[in-house]
Design a protein. Structure first.
Ligand code: AMP
Length: 220
């Protein structure tokens, strides 16, 4: 099953994908995680992407389309994925459709998480990420005895450098301008399902699981 998780930054795509990937054993592909990894390893991709990640702008389409082609045609992602953070522009969505057509595969659904913009900024600036397991937490979930350690694996938590108020606002503006128009693109193709992402993590997760199992039984 090939699913796109869609929504503004901070809508919970990464949180949901990280929980669902364990539950459903479907690979989670986050273009943001891939780019951050490339930046820390100082690869050619990382060098091209760094300035964009730092200032909250989008990495150019040709770079992202090349990256996604590599990921989709390699190993585990061929059989299925939860795609988080791609596509972010109409040219990226068109390139993904072409790539899938070329490979004789299709995107089964686009699940969009709807979250108010004020909540997006609140969540982004409150977010902590584990350096070891990659899990995402908010301040209410942190350990009282040691808020700097991951409640799940004990690894060190950090705040992403693009989760400051200023860069978070810029990323939201970029989303509204460049990414939000994709809702119409996917709605037209009948693959778009929007759900309320303002609710508790477990409730949103259950709704996604229900949608995916309905899709699975419809296709088998
Ligand atoms: P994320 O972790 O999804 O919030 O992405 C972090 C940053 O990575 C974004 O602000 C962009 O600079 C870059 N990025 C991730 N995915 C894409 C994409 N599909 N197109 C362009 N830039 C991206």
């Amino acid at each position: 099953m090939h699913i796109i998780l869609f929504g503004p930054p901070g809508s919970g795509k990464g949180t949901q994908a990280k929980l669902l990937t364990e539950k459903l054993r479907v690979p989670h592909i986050s273009t943001g995680d891939l780019l951050r990894d490339s930046v820390s390893k100082k690869t050619a991709l990382g060098l091209k992407a760094k300035a964009h990640l730092d200032d909250g702008t989008l990495v150019p389409d040709d770079v992202m389309i090349g990256l996604i082609r590599e990921v989709v045609t390699s190993g585990p992602a061929k059989k299925g994925f939860l795609l988080d953070g791609f596509p972010r522009t109409i040219p990226q969505a068109e390139a993904l459709d072409l790539l899938f057509e070329e490979l004789g595969m299709h995107i089964d659904g686009v699940i969009s998480l709807r979250v108010e913009h004020s909540e997006v900024i609140r969540r982004l600036t409150d977010r902590r990420v584990c350096r070891s397991c990659g899990r995402i937490f908010n301040s209410s979930q942190l350990r009282k005895d040691d808020p700097g350690k991951c409640p799940s694996c004990g690894g060190d938590l950090y705040q992403r450098s693009d989760d400051t108020v200023e860069t978070a606002q810029k990323r939201l503006d970029v989303y509204v301008r460049e990414t939000k128009p994709l809702k119409e693109y996917y709605r037209r193709s009948g693959r778009f399902i929007e759900i309320d992402g303002m609710r508790e993590i477990s409730i949103v997760q259950n709704e996604i699981v229900t949608i995916l199992s309905q899709k699975h039984s419809a296709s088998s």
